[in-house]
Design a protein around this ligand. Structure first.
Ligand code: FBP
Length: 554
């Protein structure tokens, strides 16, 4: 059953429940909502679910006779630590609600709902996966319920299964899909409620309602451990620079959190690059400058640079090139095997000289990665673009150029710049299925229970939201927020679509400003911090990521 002693011991951990969720609840309606932007378009697309009020849960004895509920649950998008606890939390709520309630899990993401491919969730499955990482109880996928055929198939599943509710655990795109499914059910009078749960390691599903998505806390702890290990290697062997690319899609939240935790010599922040319109060559020079400074001032031939995986999306010259690629994809939606030659021709037709030069100069591997087709939500597959390697290649070129300009043949700098050594790393998948931190175990368990309470109160089209997360668990506040309140219209693959607005790093926010205040001293000195593995017991076991602490402290 368990593959290691730690799995066994973690499965025994009992997450505390917020006080409000310990018994029965009442649901009251709070203020009504609108959406983030483009009100008219969103209202038109979601006529039945738009503008609904916030649902607040409060502890109160509820003597009403309870009926058993049948609920379907699905994991969608990239895995994030804690997903299984949402399932177990919901399962436990349903069984407390009425022992004949049933929970089924759709397999492989939303396509499982379309195909009615499911498993029955029982107490054994729950015991075997409680507090453990991974999404493998059900599997996950990136399919969307977007076409009329898929919507119809989803309605058929809901009716055939006699579902009272469908819980979709996912990121911004999957929760957008939850809103679409809810609207479709309401339109066709399918009596199945839809509840979303905010998941993603990326940390970009946070807004005025959501303090953090689950998985971010654990993933950043895993990456910080690995970065700390590399830093100790740096101090030991003193001969390599390490370029560490971190997952997180477009937003730089993960990279920023890991920087606050470990104090690397340089962090590149995508959102800053976009705001200041920093071109690729300037970024390369910025890195080369710190390499030179550390060598010339402290004879340091080593260092650590953190690169968010989405950086490339914010560099203006790359952004222009990627927009051209999207335009080209949009010009022939049936074609899937786009080649470099097609893009060269397209750029020529568009007379886009700047993109032509940039594309021509790129190493072959990188240019073909840019041409990978987009995911079903229209996102560029940034995890497949090796920005770290591209930067290493470009920095080396610049350092060699700088070496050439040094006249003195025996100069130490000349020798160093010509022989500069760099290792690249990508930490992404390593962090998505780790043992969830105590915070994520508690948070996910509470989210599962919250989803259950909302279903029992007959609510639909809302996301289960738990707040006051920096307070002790018993004080956490639980509610349901209409998903439509988080929507706006965005252009994806040349088409305007309703989507939940991602939250990027706020350059005026406390996490970014805290990093900025220390960046000079972290750059030149070795103020590295080694966190070690996630701790589950002892004084540090309930530590919470700095991003959340700083965001909530203002
Ligand atoms: P979600 O937005 O679905 O949570 O996915 C997060 C993520 O891990 C990103 O950080 C990463 O860019 C992407 O998934 C990788 O996707 P895939 O698993 O399809 O390679």
């Amino acid at each position: 059953k368990f593959t290691s002693p730690l799995e066994w011991s973690r499965s025994r951990y009992q997450p505390p429940l917020p006080k409000v969720l310990r018994g029965s609840t009442v649901a009251t309606e709070g203020e009504s909502t609108t959406c983030v932007e483009h009100v008219d378009q969103i209202k038109k697309l979601f006529p039945k679910s738009f503008g609904k009020p916030i649902i607040k849960l409060a502890a109160e004895e509820n003597k009403a006779k309870k009926k058993p509920l049948k609920v379907g649950i699905v994991l969608s998008g990239g895995p994030a630590p804690g997903g299984h606890n949402v399932i177990v939390g919901l399962y436990r709520f349903l069984k407390q609600h009425h022992r004949e309630s049933q929970l089924i899990g759709f397999k492989g993401g939303l396509i499982g709902v379309v195909k009615n491919d499911f498993i029955e969730i029982d107490s054994e499955k729950c015991t075997n996966s409680f507090n453990l990482g991974g999404f493998h109880m059900l599997g996950t996928g990136r399919d969307k319920i977007d076409s009329e055929e898929k919507k119809e198939a989803t309605r058929i599943t809901a009716v055939k299964q006699n579902l009272n509710g469908l819980v979709i655990i996912g990121g911004d795109d999957s929760n957008t899909n939850a809103a679409v499914v809810c609207e479709d059910f309401l339109k066709h009078e399918i009596p199945c409620q839809v509840i979303g749960v905010p998941k993603t390691i990326d940390g970009d599903l946070q807004n005025e309602y959501i303090e953090t998505s689950f998985g971010f806390d654990t993933a950043t702890k895993v990456y910080s451990e690995l970065i700390g290990n590399i830093m100790m290697d740096c101090l030991s062997s003193r001969k390599y620079w390490h370029f560490v690319r971190l997952m997180g899609r477009s937003a730089s939240h993960i990279a920023l959190e890991c920087t606050l935790q470990t104090h690397p010599n340089l962090l590149l922040v995508g959102e800053y690059v976009e705001k200041k319109k920093v071109k690729f060559i300037q970024i390369v020079n910025m890195i080369a400058d710190i390499i030179c400074k550390r060598f010339e001032k402290g004879n340091k031939k080593y260092g650590v640079v953190i690169i968010p995986e989405g950086l490339i999306l914010f560099i203006p010259d790359f952004k222009q090139l990627l927009d051209r690629i999207d335009e080209m994809f949009g010009s022939n939606k049936k074609k899937t095997d786009w080649k470099a030659e097609d893009l060269v021709k397209y750029l020529e037709e568009k007379k886009d000289k700047e993109s032509q030069v940039l594309f021509k100069e790129l190493p072959k591997g990188i240019s073909s990665q840019l041409l990978l087709t987009r995911d079903p939500h229209g996102n560029v597959d940034v995890s497949k673009i090796e920005t770290g390697k591209l930067l290493k290649w470009s920095v080396r070129k610049i350092l060699r150029r700088r070496a050439k300009q040094i006249q003195e043949e025996n100069s130490l700098s000349k020798r160093y710049f010509n022989n500069w050594s760099c290792m690249t790393h990508f930490f992404g998948y390593e962090g998505r299925c780790g043992f969830p931190s105590n915070f994520d175990c508690n948070y996910c368990n509470a989210l599962g229970h919250t989803a259950g309470h909302l279903l029992a109160h007959g609510k639909t089209g809302v996301m289960a939201v738990v707040r006051n997360l920096t307070d002790p668990v018993e004080k956490w506040v639980c509610s349901g927020i209409p998903i439509t309140a988080m929507l706006n219209m965005e252009k994806r693959l040349a088409t305007w679509r309703p989507v939940i607005r991602k939250t990027l790093v706020d350059l005026k926010g406390r996490p970014y400003k805290t990093m900025l205040r220390r960046s000079n001293e972290w750059g030149l000195n070795d103020y590295y911090r080694s966190l070690g593995p996630i701790q589950f017991e002892g004084f540090n076991a309930n530590s919470i990521c700095k991003t959340l602490m700083l965001n909530q402290s203002g």
